[in-house]
Design a protein around this ligand. Sequence first.
Ligand code: NAD
Length: 489
Amino acid sequence: MTEKLQTLMAGRWRDASGPAYATEYPHDSSTVATLHAATAADVDEAVQVAEAARKKANWAGLKRHERAAILHRIAGGIRSRGEELAQLQRLDNGKPINETRALVASAAGTFQFFAAACETWEETLTPARGDYFTMSVNEPLGVVGAITPWNSPIASEAQKLAPALAAGCAVVFKPAEITPRMAIELARIAQEAGVPDGIISVLPGKGSVVGDALVRHPLVKRIAFTGGTNVGLAIQRLAAEKLMPTSLELGGKSPTIVCADADLDHAVKGVLFGIFSSSGESCIAGSRAFVHASVYNEFKRRLLDGVKALRVGDPSSERTQMGPLVNRGHRSTVEDFVALGLQEGGHLLTGGARPQGAMYDKGSYYLPTVFEGLPNSARLCQEEVFGPVLVLLPWTDEADLVAQCNDSVFGLASGIWTRDYKAAWRIGRALETGTVWVNTYKLFSVSTPFGGVKQSGTGREKGRLGILEYTAQKSFYWGLNEAPLPWAD
Ligand code: NAD
């Protein structure tokens, strides 16, 4: 039965004011829920209410340890509803259940981490240079707009909501139109945990309507955005007009390097995981694998064996490694990229098609796909596919390898497989990416800052200092001199 969803908006559970729409389960394209999209007027109302709510004593007056207690309760709320949330997210974006369970667990961990950071972060006393003392305090920026994509909902939303609440801000969410569910459930859990009415609103709907109005709103003092590079660039332009800080977590075309001395079993499994988990719908997908020429053929043989063994199928099964793509429209985009790779002269080693069989007919499935024979300058090596498409590229010379890896507008992440720690350090330092994984890939920790360089974004999320991104620093000078200031003598 189709569920009718309401959202928490401007302090009340209700329908947003725009047209109704439905969300679909990517496995079989069945309707999961119906809800209403928000309008620009809804954005204005939610932001005004958030601005008023954040100034009230029941939020602005809380001590840090009291806000931390609320964050701990949110972590507890996520954990106690963990399995239900994981199943709901599976229905929203078709990720395999094991992945959505991990995302839910990581969201709970994010709130726990920022609860600890919230109550232990210290204001700074700066060294005095005269008869005064100086200190810096950090104050909440105000209302924050959080805009998220469809690929890892609860985790990306927690990464924004937890530090923003820890800092004392209010948050108006704009989740991806097709995956609104996790933001709505997070708002419900936060409300039950004691976040006052009006502090969190969730406005589902189109980016061009809801997201745009949120970015432009004069009372929105920061945008925390995760999504594609083109939208990120447009947000940055609008933000410049009101001098609004942003964090932009954008796209990627991440290189994975396999050195001649790598443990090939580890490297093959790491490359498979790096590109094909989440069906490649991951900003950090390792979509370009640079393999040393001396091990290229052996690596390719083992990789293709590994691809053949991947279990593509029903996301509700715990054995599934790759579920469907998020919808048929996105699958068409991936298919266009594969056609482009062939036009560019690429040699298709495996995949490049939809899987056959009754289980796959109604869903938006696509096979894991591997190309070789393309130069790094090919569009398939330069543009983000956001799907299960890997290109293998042989290399011999380290300087040329680094130049090719860096020959990209993106700079999100990279991987290096080698037994030589000096080589890993040398290459890792030379790569223009925000994250480097050595003999591992796609590991994440909330305690370690994450973000990109170049067109993969600006700003960092996570890490203890992540809270400060949601604050403005204010400096105090306390005069200690008994005599009046000498100038007016
Ligand atoms: P998208 O940029 O199309 O949408 C992201 C969000 O922005 C959605 O909520 C969308 O509705 C909203 N939006 C769209 N137009 C807008 C506008 N004009 N103003 C304000 N908001 C607007 O991205 P997507 O297709 O949902 O997600 C895929 C992209 O996200 C990929 O490029 C991927 O690499 C990126 N991503 C990056 C990270 C990271 O941490 N770097 C993580 C996940 C996904």
